[in-house]
Ligand binder design. Sequence first.
Ligand SMILES: [Zn+2]
Length: 649
Amino acid sequence: MIKQRTSDGMNHRITLGLALAFAIGSTSAITALPTMAAIDVAETTISSEAKPEKTSRPTEWDLRDLYPDIASWDAARNDIAARITTLRECKGKLDKSTAKLRECLDNITNSYKELLRLYVFAYLAKDTDLGDSEFRERASIAQTLLTQLGEATSYVNPELISIGEERLSQVLEKSDALKDHDFYIKNTLRQSKHILSPKEELIIAASADALSASSNAYEVLTNAEMPWPEITLSDGTTARLDASGYSKYRTSTVRDDRKKVFKAFWDVYQNYRQTLAITLEGQVKSQVLIAKLRGFDSALQRALADDNIPEAVYRALVSTVNENLGSLHRLVKLRQRMLNLDETHYYDIYPSVISLDKSYTLEDTIDLTTAALQPLGKDYIETFTEAVNKNWMHVYPSPAKRSGAYVMGAAYDVHPYVLLNFDNTLESVSTFAHEWGHAMHSLMANHSQPFSKADYATFIAEIASTANEVLLFDYLRNNAANDQERLYYLFKELSQIRGTFFRQTQFAEFELAIHEHVENGGALSGDKLNVMYGDILKRYYGHDQGIMDIDELYTVEWAYIPHFYRNFYVYQYATSISAAYFLTDKILNDGEQAQQQFLDILRAGGSDYPHSILLRAGVDMSSPKVYEAIIRRMNRLMDEVETILDKQQ
Ligand SMILES: [Zn+2]
């Protein structure tokens, strides 16, 4: 529900685990994603001076839309705490009658809805003043209540399953009494064969801590204990190469410097590769074990089961990308031409090939975004325009404010809140368009669906936001003042496609390979992982065809990617950007019908399985077509680059 965009340009989603937990074995009330150091979309830089601007519109959000004052928050908190106690009274009674079942489910969802509102207030207040311990405490109180709600209602799923599919289907068919809850019931029953006996569930729950030891060890080792090297750059600067130093200095325009950065940084990972292989193998083995215990054929099958995503989606993504690696090689060659190099090495993929000195005010940004989003239609624009003029955004950075950007759409009866750290750069403009995609998605889903069906799956969550960015770049490129500016936008978009589409699919392919290796009885040593990762990396970048030279040293990159501890998460970055390109292409070419299909996806919220919602809108994520759309776009962008470059010669 909270979509968070980080400074490295990739988007994280923080999910408030529903008390009525959809995910089998999900116990955490709130799960934050690790920092996305692995995502590297920085390819172009923009220099600008942030300048103070005068604007008459509100630039700070008004939390009084949630609660008029603290006393009301306190009263709501006491009320919810009391309600949670009464929710236990339904235990053992869900099969009494349809009316009773409905009453209980209504009470649970209403309590959850009010609790989210309570949580949102504290969370937002805390995020604009991180030094404030009062709101930190209140957020933690709300989080504890979320856990209590989860515990108090943990009987619901087992009871629904014991009532059985036959009886529940009859009830759903005969009356509308449970219509707000029908998808929830259907989804719970779908997963019933993977829910074990109460005693077995207890054993799995009790072993959760022990099974997470590998990922905890990885986190501590890579964040705190690895000895990061210091190097001296060609201008005399001492550079400390921890994760953020590496992200910064690898973009150096001095080739010898970035070569030095790569050497020093990856040497450290090589030195620790056996330990890091043990932590990764531990993680993979845990996932394989849980999948087996729950009766799944594989870890991939289990991971995709939560959102009922067909395996064909994952496989279609990986195979279509592999068939189109020629487009990635073409991009490498184009960058080589721009950087004036004789040959490209892996350390050459990060520096900018072009810069642009331009800055944007908030008013410019709103005007640009409004113009860019016109293809989404009159209704969308009207709703968007009305929303940006309200005090729903916290726009500018301030000393104790949380960094990055996100949208909080969890206060169902209120409206989404948008946190930005606007700094006049083009990055700020695209973040603005991105976050407002999330906000519009929440707004439309909340408007069209009952609370119980409004929250949408992660698989679908990044489509509206990415589509907005695609439309923004289309507009910027078409309205560029000159070829230099157009080239800048072209490379910006191309680097996004490399980082989000190719690189994340490359990770997804590796992730599947290591799980299948363990499932087939194989072991994962540091050297084995280097070989497996190196083979994929070299294939993606055309090492054997002489497109890019990949030094053996860098094949330890697998050890640097925290997402391999997130159980088949990364592929969704690639599927989301593909769906966004596929849909925006359709909107730009087919007009109104495609526009309505796009808006139907947003309005559908979480009323069905994400794959079904997309299928109804004409987007079959298990077909190569969706992935071919982004490749086609990429090739068109590269055609444009070549035309400009040929003209300049
Ligand atoms: Zn996002």
